[in-house]
Design a protein around this ligand. Structure first.
Ligand SMILES: NC(=O)c1ccc[n+]([C@@H]2O[C@H](COP(=O)([O-])OP(=O)(O)OC[C@H]3O[C@@H](n4cnc5c(N)ncnc54)[C@H](O)[C@@H]3O)[C@@H](O)[C@H]2O)c1
Ligand SMILES: [Zn+2]
Ligand SMILES: [Zn+2]
Length: 268
């Protein structure tokens, strides 16, 4: 089968990947959709150290193809969204409904894949950039069949990370002000988390001005591009020259585009 493999130096699509059968408490899932998170790229550029060779991807959704012994909550044919990092489902934190606090899976990456007899690691206990993957049963969350699998895939990382950061970590309340720096997969979900939490002023910041439309769609009330204009907006250095009486740049009013965008200005 095909999959995206990083061998420690380069990343490529291979077509000779194999995955073992699901063992006790495991599920074999045919991946129908997967999202690209920056953390996958961070494995490739070394920002996130991870053993290789590794099958990348950790936002995925698909259809259960087989279940191992003891798995009763899903059956072949069920649509599932895959969660990341494989919480154990049985420790005190898992029992209290705090699976992200589970420490049983971290640091023990599995190797359910192989190529030509060589085992390959599974990124984030997931590896959704493969046509099939084997995950712990607790990671396979059954979903209604009318949910598009392309949307369900994003629940595995971007949505939970972004919305969870707002609701569970920052605990944003109604009427509060939120600034979100970077409006990629995570930032957009922070924006919609802030909107769900009832934040009043939600400022999105990105280096890419093309992100404005989607940032507003996800809940931003304001959008700033972190361009050179913003960097120049820091207070001018004190001067003793004859120009010292010139009005500081910060006295200029902010300009507003026809779309209501607050443009970077000397007062931003
Ligand atoms: N659970 C977790 O801890 C978790 C989960 C997912 C992602 N992440 C991390 O979150 C980060 C974001 O991931 P992503 O998938 O959203 O990335 P992304 O590449 O989709 O988005 C990043 C955004 O930031 C913008 N940006 C870059 N530099 C900027 C700057 N200086 N100022 C303002 N905007 C800037 C980019 O234009 C882009 O829109 C990554 O570091 C990723 O590894 C952490
Ligand atoms: Zn991610
Ligand atoms: Zn646990």
């Amino acid at each position: 089968m095909r999959g995206v493999v990083f061998d420690g130096k380069r990343v490529r699509v291979v077509d000779d990947l194999e995955v073992r059968d699901p063992g006790p408490g495991e599920v074999l899932v045919g991946i129908a959709a997967a999202g690209l998170c920056h953390s996958d790229l961070s494995v490739i550029d070394g920002t996130i150290p991870f053993p290789s060779p590794v099958v990348l991807g950790h936002e995925g959704a698909g259809v259960v193809e087989a279940v191992g012994p003891g798995v009763v909550h899903v059956a072949p044919g069920d649509h599932v969204a895959l969660s990341t990092l494989a919480n154990c489902g049985a420790c005190a934190d898992c029992d209290r409904g705090r699976p992200t606090m589970c420490r049983k899976a971290i640091g023990m990456p599995g190797r359910p894949f192989s190529r030509g007899g060589q085992p390959l690691f599974q990124f984030a206990s997931n590896s959704s950039f493969a046509e099939r993957t084997v995950v712990k049963a607790v990671q396979a969350v059954k979903i209604p069949e009318d949910i598009p699998l392309t949307s369900a895939a994003l629940m595995g990382c971007g949505v939970l990370t972004g919305v969870g950061a707002v609701l569970n970590r920052a605990k944003v309340g109604r009427g509060e002000t939120v600034v979100v720096i970077g409006t990629g997969g995570i930032g957009l979900n922070v924006l919609q988390g802030a909107r769900i939490a009832g934040a009043l002023t939600i400022v999105a910041v990105d280096t890419n001005p093309d992100k404005e439309a989607v940032a507003r769609q996800f809940g931003a009330s304001h959008f700033l591009t972190s361009t050179d204009g913003v960097r120049r907006s820091s207070p001018p250095a004190p001067t003793t020259s004859s120009n010292a009486s010139a009005a500081p740049a910060s006295s200029a009013p902010p300009s507003t585009s026809s779309t209501g965008t607050a443009r970077p200005s000397s007062s931003a």
